[in-house]
Ligand binder design. Structure first.
Ligand SMILES: NC(=O)c1ccc[n+]([C@@H]2O[C@H](COP(=O)([O-])OP(=O)(O)OC[C@H]3O[C@@H](n4cnc5c(N)ncnc54)[C@H](OP(=O)(O)O)[C@@H]3O)[C@@H](O)[C@H]2O)c1
Length: 417
């Protein structure tokens, strides 16, 4: 195939269309191509699948400008972790035979789930998509993550180049990171068997930089960053941290990823870091939340985390827990490790030079857009209704939930009181 003709691509398989990135990628594909998009979705029936796909699509496309294009969406009831994606042999072969490009976004993105739970989707699912692509000689876009950097994250001065893969990283802390690294390795190996591929590594995916939209209500895992905003607003309390904090707007990630795979004649078998070129710090995010009108008081780090872990962070007379405080508690061990790795974006910047596609700066304007959207959809109260705030009590009221978190689905953990 002459990949310079990719903008006229006929049929695309998209996985993860009911998720944060896949939904925005679907919007981009419908806007930028004439393709039919076969969305592999776990659902009871095609109608339910279509409803879930359109729910996320129209979260991003609020004006429903793509309403007349939805006929190009073809729900395929499947599961990427199953052999042949859970399809019958005939359906599988028919699908393989009619597809020109695969965009693979489906994953288990839980940062606390164990390897046994994650690997069937994040590694096994990639292996299944690789076989699909090899059988049909179809190019594959794989969505990895900047977290494949593993524990190099904490090495001050370490820079992950886009061509890097095995940089001696370890994965003691998080099986999700390991799964993304292993999936990348698997794809490189499949290149030896003739697979044409592009890997993209997004940073922390936040909402659309133009509209602020983010599927807070439509996706199962709301996104730890929005949970962070929620905890900041609900408790009005935080801890100091000058750790780097990546904000990669979903529109940038979707556009850059699609552009990369649509230019396969120059991008084949290359990897691109789709991270924020100028990361800010956690403290900067807190400052932006304050700048938007919310009260956020700072407590010493140890005092804050001990209070959370011991159930002494009280709000409205009850111990406060949220996905964010649960997750932070799991990772807080009193050590002084800081996330300071950097991600080189030279190659993606060069690729996008003439396209007008840019990663929006993570400044007050962008964060205010995200906060306004979260208020608009009822995820956060407006600054004027930020009550009650949390207090730290001297008396322990609860806790003991740490072990249960390790195999938890984040969406199933307790929501803020
Ligand atoms: N979010 C981030 O900040 C971030 C950062 C870096 C990289 N990434 C990567 O970007 C990709 C998309 O992430 P996301 O944030 O969009 O995640 P998400 O919102 O949790 O969406 C995950 C998608 O995968 C689907 N899925 C999960 N298991 C599946 C299975 N066995 N078969 C078929 N579909 C399955 C989910 O379907 P259901 O709706 O049915 O569950 C959902 O559509 C992932 O590869 C992730 O690792 C994300």
């Amino acid at each position: 195939m002459d990949y310079r003709a990719m903008s006229t691509v006929g049929n695309i398989v998209l996985t993860g269309a009911t998720g944060v990135l896949g939904g925005r990628l679907l919007q981009e594909v419908l806007c930028a191509t004439d393709a039919q998009v076969y969305c592999v979705v776990r659902a009871e029936n095609p109608d339910a699948a279509r409803r879930r796909i359109e729910d996320v699509l129209f979260c991003y496309d609020e004006q429903q400008t793509l309403k007349d294009e939805t006929w190009r969406i073809v729900p395929v009831l499947g599961d990427v972790s199953q052999p042949r994606l859970g399809l019958s042999e005939d359906s599988y072969d028919e699908l393989v035979g009619s597809i020109d490009l695969v965009l693979h976004c489906a994953a288990n993105v839980s940062l606390v789930a164990s390897y046994n739970k994650i690997a069937p989707v994040n590694v096994g699912g990639v292996a299944n998509m690789v076989e699909f692509c090899l059988q049909g000689k179809i190019p594959l876009l794989f969505t990895s993550s900047f977290s494949m950097v593993g524990d190099k994250l904490y090495h001050d001065g370490f820079v992950l180049k886009e061509c890097d893969l095995d940089v001696g990283q370890g994965f003691e802390d998080m099986d999700y990171e390991r799964s993304k690294f292993e999936a990348e390795r698997l794809i490189h190996a499949a290149g030896q068997r003739g697979l044409d591929w592009v890997i993209v590594r997004p940073g922390n995916i936040w909402g659309d930089s133009v509209t602020g939209c983010y599927p807070l209500k439509q996706t199962k895992v709301k996104g730890i960053y929005y949970e962070m905003l929620k905890s900041l607003v609900e408790t009005g309390m935080t801890f100091p941290s000058n750790e780097d904090f990546d904000i990669s707007p979903v529109d940038y990630v979707a556009k850059a990823a699609l552009n990369a795979v649509m230019n396969l004649h120059v991008t084949n078998r290359r990897t691109f870091n789709l991270t924020q070129p100028n990361p800010i710090t956690y403290d900067d995010i807190v400052a932006a939340v304050r700048g938007h009108g919310y009260t956020v008081r700072e407590e010493p780090t140890q005092r804050y985390f001990e209070a959370v872990q011991e159930g002494r962070l009280m709000r409205g007379g009850k111990p406060y827990r949220s996905t964010f405080t649960d997750l932070m508690s799991v990772f807080y061990d009193g050590s002084d490790y800081k996330e300071h790795a950097r991600y080189d974006t030279t190659e993606i910047t060069a690729l996008l030079a003439d396209t007008g596609i840019r990663c929006a700066a993570s400044d007050q304007t962008l964060l205010s857009r995200y906060l306004d959207y979260a208020v608009k959809v009822g995820f956060l109260p407006p600054p004027s209704a930020q009550r009650p705030l949390a207090e730290i009590s001297d008396t322990a009221m609860g806790g003991g939930y740490m072990e249960s978190l390790y195999d938890a689905n984040l969406s199933e953990t307790a929501q803020p009181a």
